[in-house]
Design a protein around this ligand. Structure first.
Ligand code: ADP
Length: 361
């Protein structure tokens, strides 16, 4: 087996009593776009800072091309960085900002000038060399920060919530630019965000962080279709949960009783699945459907419509089952039931069991 390009090996970081990162291990391939996704405080930035050399781990190792990085100071790691706030030098022009890391590396002037022009072209800011950062928009400043990080051609680029200070439209525009730049340069990117949509849009793979550990690593599709934990199921996409109890199981799938009359056959189970254990059954709102009679080939529960919201490409219907469980349903635009639903109306909520996942504690 070939050595992985970048290896994070059993990294732990404690600040006094707080364990910010607890035994994180991850391999990243050369040229991969890997995103650390998770809520605030889950250890994403700390892991990134350890890669950058801005923090030292309490234990564990980081290897690039099979060699430890821990004894290399940050400025010698050859890793580019772009952070949340535009960290441009305000007293330097755009061109001087981008040239800075190359000057520090004592590159000859002709090489620096060519690299600055190349980097500006990459972020589509040709001709902006002499502009001062204060005379540019937030999005332009962040593109300059990106150009500066890429100018000396680092093999690895770290990005910590680089777009969080920008409005939605600009954020989407620059996400598109970042994807293009990733494809054009082949640079390996580690990207931190708490925004699932951003992670899905950008990444080859996503590592989902929760409380200092990685719950699951996979492509967006894998995480969405096969979440390993309830946390991942809730964090990627929308989810509904029904309380159930395991009737029978082979450890991988289980027959799960919901209420008195319904048994869901062969649902994928995660966690400690034993007969009699409680299980939270996850359903995706867009995989649910509504009808006036139960659907015999699928799981169906009687419910009452609580609220109906038209959202353009889908209609969001909030329903409540006889056992007071709330199921949110998303009907695609044009669904025959969507137009006529009213609060208080009885309905049957149905789903295909193959889209269900059960999580046991
Ligand atoms: P994230 O990037 O996912 O928001 P962080 O890695 O910044 O999370 O933080 C993880 C945990 O470590 C949090 O509980 C945070 O309060 C704590 N933490 C981070 N940096 C420090 C620090 N310098 N001193 C003490 N605690 C810290």
């Amino acid at each position: 087996m070939t050595t992985p390009f970048l290896q994070i090996r059993n990294i732990r970081k404690a600040y006094g009593d707080v364990t910010a990162v607890n035994d994180v291990t991850l391999d990243i391939a050369q040229g991969e776009f890997m995103t650390f996704l998770g809520p605030s405080g889950s250890g994403k930035s700390t892991t990134l800072y350890i890669l950058a050399g801005l923090q030292n781990p309490t234990s564990g190792d980081i290897l690039l091309d099979g060699r430890t990085l821990l004894d290399t100071p940050p400025h010698k790691r050859n890793i580019g960085m772009v952070f949340q706030r535009y960290t441009l030098f305000p007293h330097l022009s755009v061109g001087e900002n981008i040239a800075f890391p190359l000057r520090v590396r004592r590159k000859p002037k002709a090489e620096v000038d060519a690299a600055v022009r190349r980097a500006l072209k990459l972020v589509r800011l040709e001709g902006f060399e002499d502009r001062m950062p204060a005379k540019m928009s937030g999005g332009q400043q962040q593109r300059v920060a990106l150009a500066r990080a890429l100018a000396y051609d680092p093999p690895v680029l770290l990005m910590d919530e680089p777009l969080s200070a920008l409005d939605k439209k600009l954020r989407e525009e620059i996400q598109y630019e970042i994807r293009r730049i990733h494809q054009e340069t082949g640079v390996t990117i580690l990207y931190v965000t708490h925004d699932q949509e951003e992670a899905l849009r950008l990444s080859d793979r996503i590592a989902v962080f929760s409380k200092g550990v990685i719950d699951q690593v996979g492509t967006g599709t894998e995480l969405y279709a096969n979440p390993a934990t309830r946390f991942v199921a809730e964090f990627i996409g929308d989810s509904d949960f029904l309380k159930g109890r395991i009737e029978a199981t082979d450890g991988k799938s289980a027959d799960i009783r919901i209420g008195e009359h319904l048994i869901l056959p062969a649902v994928s189970v995660h966690g400690s699945a034993r007969p009699g254990n409680e299980a939270a059954v996850m359903l995706r709102p867009e995989r649910l459907t509504l009808s006036s009679t139960p659907v015999s080939t699928a799981g169906s529960l009687a419910a009452t419509v609580k609220d109906v919201t038209f959202l353009g490409n889908n209609t969001h219907v909030l329903t409540e089952t006889a056992t007071q469980e709330v199921l949110s349903v998303r009907l695609p635009f044009g669904h025959e039931a969507a137009g006529s639903l009213r609060p208080g109306q009885p309905v049957w909520v149905s789903w295909d069991s193959s889209s269900a996942h059960a999580f046991c504690t």
